[in-house]
Design a binder for this molecule. Sequence first.
Ligand code: FAD
Length: 491
Amino acid sequence: MSVPIIVWFRNDLRLADNPALAAAVQDSATHGAPVIPLYILEDEATDATAPSSARALGGAQRWWLHGSLERLGACCTRRGSPLLLRRGDAGAVLEALVAETGAGSVLWNRRYAPALAARDAAVGERLKERGVDVRSFNAGLLAEPWTVSKKSGGHFKVFTAFWRHLAATLSPPRPTRAPATLKAPKDRPAGDALADWTLLPTKPDWAAGLRERWVPGEVAAQSRLAAFLDGPVGAYAAGRDRPDQDGTSALSPYLAFGELGPRQIWHAARHAADARPELAPGIEVFLREIGWREFQYHLLHHVPDLPDEPLDRRFAGFPWRTDAAGFRAWRRGRTGYPIVDAGMRQLWETGWMHNRVRMIAASFLVKDLLLSWQQGERWFWDTLVDADLAQNVGNWQWVAGSGADASPFFRVFNPVLQGGKFDPEGDYVRRYVPELAGLPRRWIHQPWAAPAEVLRKAGVTLGKDYPHPVLDHGAARDRALTLYRTHKRRA
Ligand code: FAD
C-alpha cells in the first residue's frame, strides 16, 4: 500500500527525537508508504480576531524560522523526501493536501499554547471526519501538563513542589535517531519557495547581529548542547548569573523552535553527569532550569488566560502609567541606567538577552517606569529569537509580582547594585554600551554620579553621548511601593 503519510512539522523542527516522524517512518517501512514532510506558515498576523495565545511570530523569530526551515529542508531532501512548504490556514491546507495526494494519515507533535492546542484538535477532528488517520505525539516536554498533578489533586502553583514531584517521577523515553531515509511520493506536490515567504528583513536589514550570533538548526543545536555539557555546565550554578561571561547554554531558541527537545537534553545531561561526576552539581541546577520551562507550560495549560490576565487577581486593574517617551527609552536602551540599556541593546542586536538582565530590565519597566508588563512582553515577543508564549508571559508575570511563585512586587531590582554584583568589572556594559567603555568600574553602573573629571577623561558628556537617567531609581521605587499599597488596600 502506498497511501502517503503527511508529517506536519511545527515547533519541532528536527529529525532526531521526533516521535511523529519516527512513527511515520515506521509505518512507511511496514507498508511502503511515502512520507510527505510539511511545514505550513500560518499567518495569524492577518487575523485580528486570533486569540492572543495564537499570535504571529515576531520579527526575530521570522528570521530564525527561515534559517531553520532552510536547514530542515536540506536534511529532508538528503534523505529522499523534500520538505513541502505551504502557506495559509492549517486546516484548509491539510484538507487540500490530503485530497490532492490521497494521504491516509496526518501525524504531528503536540503544541501547548491553549489557542493552538484547540485549533489543532479542531483540525484533527475535521480530518478524522474525512476518514484520515490522525495521530499526535509529545516531542516538546518532559511531561505534558495533564500528566502532572498534586497528590491532593489539581495543578501545581509553586515551582519547588512541581519540580520535586517531577524530578522524582520522571523517566523520559530515550530519544530516537534521525531516520536514514524518507521515501518520497511518486508525484511530488508543488509547494512554495522559502524565499517567497520573505521571512528575512530587507528594508532595513536589521539582522546582521543575529547572523553573527546564531546558527539556527538541529545540527547547531546538537553541537551547542555538546559544547556546553563538555565543561561549561560545571560552573553553571554560579556562572549562570553573570551576563559578562558565557555561562549559560544559549539553547533557548533551539528549544523554542524544537530543533532540540528537552528529552535529548535530559539524557545527554544525565550521561554527562555519569561520565564526569564533577559536573553533576552544575547539571542538577541546569536541569532545574529545564524544569522551569516545563512549569511555565504547566501553568499556561491550566491557566489559559495567563497572557492577558494577572495570575494573582489582586493585580487586576492595577493603575499602570502610560509614558510613550519612557517606553521608547527602554526599548532603545537609552534609560540612562547602563545595565538596563546594555540588556535592551543586547536584545536588539542579537535577539537574546541574558536571564539576569531580563529580570533587571523587566523590573525597570514594570516597577520603575510603572508600565504594564504586557507592553514589555510584547516587545520581547517581537525581538527575542527564543520568544515562547509560556516562558515569556510566565516570566513577565513573575517579575511583575503577579505570577506563580512570583518575586513580590515590593522587591524592586536596584539597577546599580545588580550591575555591580553581576557585572562587577562592567565588561557587559562596555560591550553593549560602547560610549561608556572608557569609564572605570567604580562608575560604570552609575555614570551620573561620576566626578566631572572622570567623565571628561572617559570622553563621556552626559545628555550628549549617553542619556541622563530618565528617572531617579529611589524616588521611582517609593512611587511604585505607594501605588502598590494603595491598590492592594482597594483590591
Ligand atoms: P540556560 O540558563 O542555559 O537554561 C537552560 C534552559 O532552561 C533555557 O534554554 C530555558 O529553556 C530554560 N530556562 C532557563 N531559565 C528559565 C526561566 N527563568 N524560565 C523558564 N525557563 C527557563 N525564555 C524563553 O525561552 N523564552 C522567552 O520568551 C523568555 N522570556 C523571558 C522574559 C523575562 C522577563 C524573563 C525574566 C525571562 C524570560 N525567559 C524566556 C527565561 C530565560 O531568560 C531564558 O530561557 C534564558 O535566558 C535562555 O538562555 P539560556 O538558554 O542560555 O538559558
